[in-house]
Design a binder for this molecule. Structure first.
Ligand code: HEM
Length: 419
């Protein structure tokens, strides 16, 4: 921890050094699960636990406008994104996402991902492949087909690389960050142009496809989205879908480390596959925390939170809290078999109600894709040769260093159906 010129402690450097460990380390010594510190020179209060999540997701307490620092807006989310809205403008924009992404709105996406995966695995026969690198174009193909965004097959690898770069570079300075910014600029221009073509009737889009819905969406002011903002929101569908690559790679890691889970997945046990997907999302590190700003002067468990202060909710720490998850560092999908998951318990993608709050609207899609691809991965005949499978916790976002190299024998080409 550093001390600023006024003698106040600032945790920015510690966060950069400790990554996922930073908040759990700071909160370990707080019986009230709250810690007050400074980030980027600003008062910051970090909270953990289901009650804290309820407090955090109360719109009377926390606003999102002005909460996301520019380096994150310029890479991960985009300027003017749904993530940064509050109140009625948020609800109207969010309704577009929940209609497209929840409760069967995503029909067809998983099937497309399975088809793309099967085509890819046929080309893996007799080769060594990197699971991370192979999965991203599979998901990019599936989500572009599903949203109606036109992409030539030969352009998919570059698109997948740009979408991965936007996620990979949000929490760092240096080359990864600049790669992310360039990727975002390039893809926003491309998609803004596509939206304009759709509006002019120059491009055919299947009715009901996400591209058509975003192009036609009207915000709470009754206006169509500026093409730039429409591009940002289309990226907020295709980028995180491709980000499921991280979880698929973690699933591959889990199957290698704990091969005893392979059998039930291979059999296509749907209840177990869903539990496995939840355990991957709980166990492995992805989103470390989320942030907002205090609307007014607040108090949480005796700690004052001044109006305007940054408020963080520790997602990674909550997903590894032994009070919620006994033996939290044991990878145990069975903990989710028969367990009702509360709205504020399992928070890899935020908490609360996605319809009214900022919780991720892509959670059902994430689980459905992960279930389907974990089953296929378990059925894929492959070896995991010696490699660096370390998952460094100081790096945000992290992944197995090798990306998970798999050696696929020549005769394992034929995929097995999950149906
Ligand atoms: C790869 C797995 C994913 C992870 C780890 C993840 C994580 C998150 C997190 C932590 C949030 C912020 C919640 C909050 O601020 O309260 C979020 C929001 C969001 N996610 Fe995801 N997500 C994933 C997949 C998806 C998918 C597949 C989609 C869409 C297809 C999606 C679309 C969104 C959108 C639009 C928001 C903004 C919601 C709002 O501000 O109201 N995410 N996600």
């Amino acid at each position: 921890m550093l001390v600023d010129l006024m003698g106040r402690m600032d945790d920015t450097l510690t966060l950069a050094i400790q990554g996922y460990g930073w908040l759990p380390n700071r909160l370990r010594h707080s019986p009230q699960d709250v810690v007050r510190t400074r980030l980027l020179g600003q008062t910051t209060v970090a909270l953990r636990g289901p009650d804290a999540a309820r407090f955090f997701y109360d719109e009377q307490h926390i606003r999102r406008h002005g909460a996301i620092p520019e380096p994150l807006r310029g890479t991960l989310f985009g300027k003017g994104a749904v993530h940064t809205l509050d109140g009625e403008p948020h609800r109207v924009r969010k309704a577009m996402f929940t209609a497209l992404l929840m409760n069967g709105g995503y029909d067809g996406l998983v099937e497309r991902a399975e088809t793309a995966w099967d085509a890819a695995t046929r080309s893996w026969a007799g080769r060594q492949v990197v699971l991370f690198d192979e999965t991203a174009p599979v998901l990019a193909r599936a989500v572009c087909e599903w949203t109606g965004i036109p992409v030539q097959p030969q352009d998919l690898p570059a698109l997948a690389a740009d979408l991965v770069a936007m996620v990979d570079g949000f929490a760092t300075a240096g080359p990864r960050h600049w790669r992310a910014r360039r990727a975002r600029g390039r893809r926003e221009r491309w998609l803004a142009d596509i939206v304009t073509q759709v509006r002019r009737g120059e491009l055919d889009v299947p009715p009901g496809a996400a591209l058509a819905a975003v192009a036609a969406h009207r915000d709470s002011d009754g206006e169509l989205l500026d093409p730039q903002i429409a591009a940002v929101e289309l990226l907020n569908i295709i980028r995180p879908t491709v980000a499921v690559t991280w979880f698929v790679t973690f699933a591959g890691h889990a199957l290698h480390r704990w091969p005893e889970h392979r059998g039930r997945l291979r059999q296509g046990d749907a209840v177990f596959a869903e539990a496995f997907a939840h355990e991957v999302r709980r166990f492995y590190p992805f989103a470390p925390f989320i942030g907002g700003r205090a609307r007014t002067d607040l108090t949480w468990r005796g700690t004052d939170i001044p109006a305007g202060a940054i408020v963080l909710l520790d997602l990674y720490g909550q997903n590894h809290d032994a009070r919620l998850w006994p033996d939290p560092y044991r990878f145990d999908p069975d903990r989710f078999v028969g367990r009702e998951i509360g709205a504020f318990d399992l928070v890899p993608q935020g908490g609360g109600d996605p319809r009214t709050g900022h919780r991720c609207p892509g959670e059902q899609i994430t689980v459905a894709l992960l279930k389907a691809l974990a089953v296929r991965l378990a059925r894929l005949d492959h070896q995991v040769p010696a490699q660096d499978l370390d998952i460094p916790l100081h790096r945000i976002p992290t992944r197995p260093v090798s990306g998970l190299v798999m050696a696929v024998p020549a005769r394992s080409a034929a995929p097995l159906s999950t149906h």
